[in-house]
Write a protein that binds this ligand. Sequence first.
Ligand code: CLF
Ligand code: SF4
Length: 495
Amino acid sequence: MSEHLPTNIIPLSSITRFDASKPRISGCSAKSDGKKTSCGSAAGPDDLPADVWNKIQDHPCYSEDAHHYFARMHVAVAPACNIQCNYCNRKYDCSNESRPGVVSEKLTAEQAARKVLAVAAEVPQLSVVGIAGPGDALANAPKTFRTFELIQEALPHLKLCLSTNGLALPDHVEKIAEMGVDHVTITINMVDPEIGAKIYPWIFFRHKRWEGLEAAKILHERQMEGLEALTAKGILVKINSVLIPGINDEHLVEVNKAVRVRGAFLHNVMPLISDPAHGTHFGLTGQRGPTPAELRAVQDNLGDAKLMRHCRQCRADAVGLLGEDRGAEFTLEKLTEVKPFDPKKREIYLSVVERERADRQRAKEMASAPEKIEETPLLVAVATKGGGRINQHFGHASEFQVFEVTSAGAKFIGHRRTDKYCVGGIDDSDAMTTTLAALEGVSAVLCAKIGNKPKERLKEAGIIASDEFAFDYIEASAITWYANRKASGSKAASA
Ligand code: CLF
Ligand code: SF4
């Protein structure tokens, strides 16, 4: 059996750390004061109707828990777009769903289906295929739906997902529902056309180009109409909003209210990525993106809304777990021989995930202590390759997942990107400067292994680095680190 397992899954027998005699608190829906709270995308089977949980339990974007275990892939079949966003340069992928970077390899529907088969054969974690550009999925509707048809025929177990700016959405809701697409993302940056006019210079609608306020008004009305029609059909809708400081930062509360009242499932506030080198209007005019603290302040201001905080702003051809990109392994030139998909391999993977999820939840509950409500939360960063475990060397991490921790619980609040400290076995002290900036406000880094030199650098910056929880579950380890630190003030601090 083990030869079928991804390398980041380790035997359950290695889990010995957690003490069952400790007080418990139940699941992510409970707070240390015993009151229910919204867990946002961290919601699990106890917080959601069974049919909703079934739809999201293996969707890495709709469920924070699922992103530890399941992968998505995007197929870049949608090059055209029907609007212009001031944060977009058409040389790059759609920044509503993907970060500007290298232009994706554009695929035909047939090439896309072949690529999906190849990835499914190699990556048992694959559960979702999304169309997220490089333009707009519904500005290329015939190709998008043809691609979905081919995938559905070949691999019906995969979930289909699409992302759109919403302008063409009302015209395609029937088809989306008919095809069984259960997950749709709409990028909604405003509900006030005055603000919209600062983000969108023009749209192309009903054979005509519209500009300024008129354009923003049409886009807004179409987005609301599309959202209402999708939710009326029971389709789970995620809203992406690009946070643009000084333009829509305060306004996103209004956006959140408007989309919740229309039944949106999840809201993903994403930071504007703005760089003059990308040649976008905002990049060239000096519009900055938000700091991590500003992003968090806006997210926290949305009250008890279900929020996605684990978005990686991935490319329109991304493949793999969120945060990893295996796209280069599946370029067209490498798809000459595609292995058949093996359902047994996937079944084995699913059974391992089921066991791991239950075990991780148990470990988390056992490590929690509900009476410590007055504690000051600390931020703990972890290096992980997935599977919900601390299983990555410090030097190999290109991002850290950050948790807000007390003895009562560990809540995922986001991730911080950095450069790898160790490349080809050589330490990179410039990368350490980037990492220290990325870890601002973090008290501890938990990783599978760390050398003395980087550990010392972190210590000088006031950050404790520890590999004593190597390969253990993330939340339970973070809670235990916190509790040990409080109890002795020395064990974790000297680790
Ligand atoms: Fe892709 Fe988007 Fe579907 Fe996910 S991504 S179409 S919902 S399968 Fe996910 Fe990537 Fe963020 Fe998008 S992390 S950019 S939210
Ligand atoms: Fe660019 Fe996407 Fe906006 Fe179209 S919707 S202009 S591709 S960012």
